[in-house]
Design a protein around this ligand. Structure first.
Ligand SMILES: C[C@](O)(CO)[C@H](O)COP(=O)(O)OP(=O)(O)OC[C@H]1O[C@@H](n2ccc(N)nc2=O)[C@H](O)[C@@H]1O
Ligand SMILES: Nc1ncnc2c1ncn2[C@@H]1O[C@H](COP(=O)(O)OP(=O)(O)OP(=O)(O)O)[C@@H](O)[C@H]1O
Length: 322
């Protein structure tokens, strides 16, 4: 297939599909369409899958990396679903050769597939030089999954609605996370389905800025992840992972992310996080354990923090890693 006129030639392009970590997650209700209404603060540590896009006569996806064997590169892969959805929305007929280095565990509560879909949308808008209008892009992302809008922005955000209503995250200092997963998949739908209560109370309101990591941690300690109990019921290993993080020296707070089973510990320094990760890896070699930094968040220059409708023309996103 010939390249379409007006398309950009600068490829291959690479993007980091950063993991999404829900620092807290409240399930507030259930909508008539069956999706739950949420309140959550999502951040994006500097760790993720790596997606590369290159012009090609056909559309294809190949996978490598430690978790590639758990996925196929066919039309069900969220990267291909995002590619086809964007092509349809923009009327693009061009091909693309995509390569996904799958480094995040699959179905693990850190939005791996959603992050890949978000990265595919960002990359292809750059490669193809075309983007749908903001409303169409937002709908397209949400149709791919509740986490895809925030993963498309890949910047700290408060999530509401089913996850698609994004607003600026409070400003916060940088910190380190240790992510740990028992390498047992948890289905997001099954965890939501096992909730005992769907009308949980809100937590304390967020300030505009956390002046110190101590302030952020003290505030988070009063929030919850309402999916933790149903996840633990389905997979008791979640409690072991949380325990290992909580007991690690210098861990300031440990929680589960999303629908699990990945849990995270918050640490002040790289040395503390790498030491804790090494210790957990030694004790539990069958788990996936990784330290990762979360950058200080000072907001976006245009104040459009973390909103998918604020994509600059090149498809890049404020705060996104390139
Ligand atoms: C738990 C979170 O990870 C928090 O960020 C997300 O809400 C889940 O986002 P996701 O994995 O992109 O979820 P989707 O692929 O859209 O939905 C998977 C399943 O989770 C349930 N689901 C998801 C999101 C939501 N707000 N309410 C739900 O009830 C639905 O049963 C749905 O069939
Ligand atoms: N590129 C992909 N990476 C991971 N999973 C994918 C991908 N494409 C499709 N999937 C499917 O999506 C499902 C959810 O995977 P994902 O890794 O996004 O879950 P998750 O981390 O629990 O997400 P969330 O935190 O958004 O609930 C898996 O069952 C998997 O088969």
């Amino acid at each position: 297939m010939a390249a379409e006129p007006g398309l950009r030639a600068a490829d291959p392009l690479t993007d980091l599909a950063r993991a999404k970590v829900n620092l807290f997650l409240h399930v507030r209700g259930r909508r008539p369409d069956g999706r739950h209404t949420l309140e959550s603060l999502a951040v994006f540590p500097q760790i993720g899958d790596v997606l590369t896009a290159e012009r090609s006569p056909i559309r294809s996806l190949s996978l490598d990396g430690p978790f590639a064997m758990e996925l196929g590169g066919g039309e069900d892969n969220l990267v291909m679903r995002a590619t086809e959805a964007l092509a349809a929305a923009t009327g693009i007929g061009a091909g693309v050769s995509l390569r996904l280095d799958k480094r995040l565990p699959v179905a693990s509560g850190i939005g791996g597939g959603s992050a890949d879909a978000g990265a595919a949308l960002r990359l292809l808008m750059r490669l193809w030089g075309r983007a749908p209008d903001a409303a169409t892009l937002g709908r397209l992302a949400l149709d791919l999954g509740a986490d895809v809008p925030v993963c498309l922005a890949s910047a700290p955000a408060m999530m509401r609605g089913a996850g698609e209503a994004l607003s600026p995250a409070p400003l916060m200092p940088g910190f380190w996370l240790v992510l740990a997963n028992p390498l047992r998949q948890l289905s997001t739908g099954a965890v939501f389905g096992a909730l005992e209560r769907r009308d949980n109370p809100p937590g304390p309101a967020a300030p505009a800025r956390f002046a110190s990591l101590g302030d952020l941690v003290a505030w988070l300690a009063r929030q919850r992840n309402d999916l933790e109990a149903p996840a633990r019921d389905r997979l008791p290993a979640v409690a072991s992972v949380l325990g290992a993080l909580r007991w690690a020296p210098d861990c300031l707070l440990a929680r589960m992310s999303g629908s699990g089973a990945t849990c995270f510990g918050v640490f002040a320094t790289q040395a503390q996080a790498t030491a804790a990760a090494a210790r957990i890896r030694d004790a539990e070699p069958g788990w996936w354990t990784a330290p990762a930094p979360v950058a200080a968040w000072e907001g976006a220059a245009d104040d459009g923090v973390g909103r998918a409708d604020d994509l600059p023309a090149d498809g890049g996103v404020p705060g996104a890693a390139r």
